[in-house]
Design a protein around this ligand. Structure first.
Ligand SMILES: C[S@@+](CC[C@H](N)C(=O)[O-])C[C@H]1O[C@@H](n2cnc3c(N)ncnc32)[C@H](O)[C@@H]1O
Length: 215
């Protein structure tokens, strides 16, 4: 990759999101919707793993770059691993984000069963500055249909992402997902009539996302 500034829309970059975001102009993105590694050494039933799920070295630098590229008075929604809540919140606050909402995604199935049956995912709504309130605020408990995880071991349903983009991103605005996996956020951005920028480190998932968006 050369060192010129990156400002193209509707592209998926293959690489480390920290380096890619460093080349994006400050305050160039209208909304960030992302699903980073949860820091839990996740392994799916069929043995698939996620790069950087075993270390948090990227957490602070990625949060700082997300804050820098986001426009003033705008929002970011980030999934996170609930066993590591303190680390995620620490990184977001240190970067400058303010917590303004918390969303629980309710599953009809348990992803695991130990002390309890684990039937939810969660995300924080983070503000840079003082964003205007949305015209139609979404509920903070949302049903989460099963995707089958065919394209990615932690594939998010487009149906839960699209309403968040519609609520929090201006029409035609630019949505960034720096940990885009198979590209679910990017598909949701298209369906919500927005532009997207995706970044994915894993070459295989980058290829899957590129094919999915091309289709
Ligand atoms: C939880 S998954 C996202 C899954 C996605 N929401 C989907 O529906 O397919 C997180 C992704 O972040 C990627 N990743 C990890 N570290 C990264 C980094 N430094 N830069 C870009 N992508 C990274 C992983 O390869 C993984 O695909």
């Amino acid at each position: 990759m050369n060192q010129t500034s990156l400002f193209s829309r509707n592209v998926i970059h293959q690489g480390d999101c920290i380096s890619v975001m460093r080349r994006m102009p400050a305050r160039s993105v209208d909304f960030i919707l992302t699903d980073p590694p949860y820091l839990v050494r996740y392994q799916s039933r069929d043995g698939r793993r996620i790069i950087n799920d075993d270390n948090g070295r990227w957490l602070g630098p990625a949060a700082r770059e997300m804050f820098r590229v986001l426009k003033n008075d705008s929002l970011c929604v980030s999934f996170y691993g609930w066993t590591q809540t303190d680390r995620f919140i620490g990184a977001w606050r240190a970067a400058g984000f303010r917590i303004v909402g918390h969303i629980v995604f309710r599953k009809k199935y348990a992803s695991a069963s130990r002390f309890v049956c684990y039937t939810h995912e969660s995300a924080y709504v983070l503000a840079k500055g003082r964003p205007a309130l949305p015209e139609n605020p979404p509920a903070d408990v949302i049903d989460f249909p099963y995707t089958g995880n065919r394209l990615h071991p932690t594939q998010k349903p487009v149906a839960i992402l699209k309403p968040l983009i519609e609520a929090f991103c201006p029409k035609g605005g630019l949505v960034l997902d720096p940990f885009c996996g198979s590209g679910s956020t990017l598909v949701a951005a298209c369906e919500a009539d927005c532009d997207y920028v995706g970044i994915e480190l894993d070459r295989n998932y980058h290829r899957i996302a590129a094919r999915r968006l091309a289709a």
